[in-house]
Design a protein around this ligand. Structure first.
Ligand SMILES: Cc1cc2nc3c(=O)[nH]c(=O)nc-3n(C[C@H](O)[C@H](O)[C@H](O)COP(=O)(O)OP(=O)(O)OC[C@H]3O[C@@H](n4cnc5c(N)ncnc54)[C@H](O)[C@@H]3O)c2cc1C
Length: 515
């Protein structure tokens, strides 16, 4: 184990420790401080250097943040169904977490998402409760309407009404922006500046358990020195779909076999930790168009001035500008004015990508720690396309998009299909291009899922089932993929979790031990 000596520090013994200051953790810390009046220690991993401010602020530069110091730079194991490719799996690091590096699309949970969450809670959450939480989050985030649309986006919005077969209209996505600049969840801490929240930049190795109760956390420095920090009422895990299960595993919470393999003393056996991993897998259909090239990263003085003064112009494009839900909500389509696989490399002509993903893939993967050391990266087996229906669904999606383009006679706009390519017509040929080119849509969830069934690691009050004084409230608790992009749903759940945890503090004195 890292570190020779372990120091115990009090940091004036906070009431609650929130692990991870991402989309969920920032909502959690600010709400818990507000609702309980208690002192909150919010712990976020340190970043050695920051990505340049222009990249963090200019929506159009968000892809530059991937691989930057604000990214954990995870990678998957080779995926057999994707021609054994290892995919980069970015996750945000620093205040704001993944909302610090994401594509900023604000996609509120759909009515069917809300119904699935209500059902997973066994009816313990009412639709009214969920609706109120969503409304509160939307008031706080105040997502911005788009201020600029590329040629490709405009073309799509002119023609996409032909695609409508559901109650969902094609849309130009709302964004987590303020005046055309990226807004991330870390800004909640400033907006709700609260003396009761202390932010500590440290790597969390594990939670500390005593007599089946979580009593604090252990943090570890890069040199391997450890410190234990105790708290009064408990620890809320908001380290995300990868961070939360891996910290729990290192704490001795997880599958008995895995923990023994890594010689970690078992504190609570819970098979579900790290299982049930899901993600949206995106298949890009790339077209050369007659539009203007968007690929050059050169910004003219005019573009910069327009953005600085008015918060508009092409610098506010988040690239994934518009899209929607189609085919009875089974498909989501994203439109970018780029060659999805080569951007930001310059391309001479206009480009457009129609990115297609199944909204409810059935495939599930799993992740586990590769050792007991926090510095060692997790092993991520995505399980992409392990359910044959998912590959069949994506192939159908490609055919559907092509049929739509034919139906609107798009030749005055589209010059050529580059991927999959006009020659790849059969389902088999399309399936091969899926294996070769499909990408993560960056939406992992489900690795510590909540539910009313006893086999779920987390219950509908966000309590970890096998231990007291431990809650989970981030993307890991979602039982499965959301229909659209998950950030709004994750923040909504964190809002509900904060209310639930604060009620437990008031209503159940036996859950308020002092250590
Ligand atoms: C590149 C990218 C693009 C995306 N685009 C969109 C989009 O446009 N729209 C959308 O809705 N969703 C998008 N998402 C997904 C969305 O951002 C996430 O689902 C959401 O932010 C997850 O929130 P979270 O709180 O669960 O995790 P995170 O926001 O990832 O927060 C977890 C936090 O815990 C910290 N942490 C982890 N481990 C430790 C540790 N050991 N010690 C200390 N701290 C730790 C992390 O540094 C991080 O700050 C995107 C994600 C990415 C990565």
């Amino acid at each position: 184990m890292p570190g020779s000596g372990v120091k115990t520090v009090s940091l004036s013994r906070p009431d609650y420790i929130v692990v991870g200051a991402g989309s969920a953790g920032c909502v959690m810390a600010s709400r818990l401080a507000h609702l309980t009046g208690g002192r909150i220690l919010l712990v976020e991993a340190p970043t050695v250097t920051e990505a340049p401010a222009n990249d963090r602020n200019r929506p159009r530069h968000w892809l530059r943040l991937l691989g930057s110091p604000n990214d954990w730079n995870h990678a998957t194991e080779p995926t057999p169904t994707l021609a054994n490719r290892r995919l980069a799996w970015p996750r945000g690091r620093g205040l704001g977490g993944s909302s610090r590096i994401n594509a900023m699309i604000w996609f509120p949970p759909t009515p069917s998402d809300l119904e699935s969450l209500r059902a997973a809670s066994g009816g313990q959450w009412s639709r009214q409760l969920l609706d109120e939480a969503l409304e509160s989050i939307e008031t706080m985030v105040a997502p911005e309407s788009p201020r600029w649309l590329s040629d490709a986006g405009q073309w799509f919005m002119r023609h996409a009404n032909h695609l409508c077969d559901t109650e969902h209209q094609p849309m130009v996505y709302h964004r987590c922006n303020r005046n055309g600049r990226r807004w991330n969840a870390g800004q909640l801490l400033a907006d709700f500046s609260d003396q009761r929240i202390t932010v500590l930049r440290a790597n969390v190795d594990r939670v500390e358990v005593s007599d089946q109760r979580v009593v604090g956390i252990r943090v570890v420095s890069n040199s391997g020195d450890c410190e234990t920090i105790l708290c009064r009422h408990g620890v809320v895990m908001c380290a995300g779909a990868i961070g939360t299960p891996t910290i729990l595993m290192r704490s001795g919470i997880g599958s008995d076999e895995l923990l023994r393999r890594h010689q970690i003393p078992v504190r609570a056996e819970q098979e579900g930790v790290g299982k049930n991993l899901s993600d949206h897998l995106l298949m890009p259909l790339v077209y050369a168009t007659r539009g203007n090239s968007f690929s050059s990263e050169q910004n003219s003085v005019r573009d910069i001035a327009r953005w600085q003064i008015a918060g508009t112009g092409k610098l506010v494009s988040n690239i994934a500008e518009c899209g929607g839900l189609f085919q009875n909500q089974s498909l989501q389509l994203h439109v970018t004015p780029t060659h999805y696989l080569t951007y930001p490399k310059a391309s001479a002509t206009g480009m457009m990508t129609l990115g297609i993903n199944l909204t409810q893939p059935k495939s599930r993967g799993e992740l586990e720690i590769s050792s007991a050391l926090p510095a060692d990266p997790p092993k991520i087996n995505t399980g992409y396309l392990s359910d044959p229906d998912d590959l069949a669904g994506l192939v159908k999606g490609v055919n559907w998009a092509r049929r739509w383009l034919q139906s609107i006679e798009a030749n005055d706009w589209i010059v050529e299909e580059i991927i999959p390519g006009a020659k790849r017509v059969s389902d088999d040929a399309i399936a091969k291009t899926v294996a070769r080119f499909a990408q993560t849509l960056y939406h992992p969830v489900g690795t510590c899922r909540f539910g009313h069934h006893i086999d779920t690691p987390v219950d509908p009050k966000f309590q970890f089932r096998n231990l007291d004084c431990l809650w989970c409230a981030d993307a890991s608790v979602l039982p499965g993929p959301t229909i659209g992009n998950p950030n709004a749903t994750v923040m909504t759940l964190a809002w509900m979790a904060a209310a639930s945890i604060s009620e437990q503090a008031i209503g159940e004195p036996n859950r308020r031990p002092s250590f």
